[in-house]
Write a protein that binds this ligand. Structure first.
Ligand SMILES: [Zn+2]
Length: 340
């Protein structure tokens, strides 16, 4: 069974493409948008890109009434949103569908806003947000794995007034009665949380080539990813661990930096792993030659976040268990890793 599309779905597509084309709001297949009508919710399909919203049919319809009815008795089903699909064209609803279902408001937008993340990873995030979000009805929700666990925390934080939720170590979630109202919130919150990027420093391409070895290669000189390597404190902050979920999925756990003077080969021998990318202090960033396009996109996102984090900020990193649950490592893999 499929329903007639809501009249404002084309407008949602327009805004989805606009937000999806801005790397400071959405990276790769991240972020999602939805609209509700008469017990049905149209939501971005898993793995599709918001930037393609005008060119492809990225939305799927789900039976919202049944999904909400199931929430109390079977909370685990929130992680299987495909149960509630109203169409059979092979697309699956986003794993974040239950976050959208938590709101009674008609339109929900979720983005991995870089300016939001740069604050939401800090140990003093709530204090900083309190200073900047006085004009909004907002709430902060601590980090939980995207899906049923996070939806539960969002439902707890919601009341009739809340229309902006800052997701700790994750991103921004807003809701409005209309597409325009929700889109306006994304624009106003991201500008309220805006931080200037640190001044850029030039890439040392010769040094990167010297270090690269057989398995790595420098990102092109004008790639902004290199800025990740341009301050010692920034590197220390970046390599402390994983800071938000999509990074683990596409770049692995945390970030890696060579020591001053160390080659990529020496680094890999020392840590017995070949990271997807390698930070070379004061020189720039090396890609592992087989890194995926999503891996590059998410490394650039890390650079965009870190150049907006003050040197004095203390950050919240994922625990090993939080990294592993995102990688879907099962209990046995996890136990073996813990005992290794
Ligand atoms: Zn997300």
């Amino acid at each position: 069974m499929t329903r007639a599309d809501p009249v404002d779905l084309p407008l949602l597509r327009t805004w989805s493409r606009k937000f999806g084309s801005n790397p400071l709001l959405v990276q790769g297949a991240g972020g999602n948008t939805s609209i509700k009508e008469d017990g049905v919710m149209w939501i971005k399909a898993s793995g599709t890109q918001l930037s393609e919203a005008m060119d492809k049919d990225i939305f799927v319809s789900v039976d919202l009434t049944t999904m909400i009815g199931d929430t109390a008795a079977h909370p685990e089903r929130a992680d299987e949103p495909q149960r509630y699909l109203l169409q059979a064209d092979g697309l699956k609803p986003s794993i974040e569908t239950c976050l959208h279902a938590a709101f009674s408001k008609r339109v929900v937008l979720h983005v991995h806003c870089v300016n939001t993340i740069a604050l939401a990873i800090r140990t003093d995030a709530v204090d900083e947000l309190n200073k900047r979000l006085t004009a909004f009805n907002w709430a902060h929700v601590d980090y939980a794995k995207p899906g049923a666990q996070l939806a539960k925390l969002v439902r707890k934080a919601l009341n009739d007034r809340v229309e902006v939720i800052i997701l700790g170590n994750h991103g921004l979630l807003v809701a409005g009665d209309t597409v325009e109202a929700a889109a306006d919130l994304i624009e106003r919150v991201s500008s309220a949380l805006h931080a200037d990027a640190a001044p850029e420093k030039p890439v040392d391409l010769a040094r990167l080539q010297e270090v690269a070895g057989a398995d790595f290669e420098p990102a092109v000189p004008d790639d902004r990813v290199h800025q990740l390597a341009m301050a010692r404190v920034r590197i220390e902050q970046a390599i402390g661990g994983t800071l938000y979920p999509d990074h683990v999925i596409f770049c692995g756990i945390g970030a890696h930096a060579a020591r001053p003077g160390e080659t990529a080969d020496a680094y890999c021998a020392r840590v017995e792993t070949k990271p997807h990318f390698l930070i070379v202090p004061d020189a720039g960033v090396l890609w592992r030659k087989d890194i995926t396009e999503n891996g590059r996109t998410m490394t650039r996102c890390l650079s965009d976040v870190m150049v907006r984090v003050p040197a004095t900020a203390k950050l919240n990193y994922f625990t090993q268990a939080q990294d592993y649950e995102l990688l879907d490592w099962d209990a046995e893999t996890y136990r073996q890793q813990m005992n290794a």
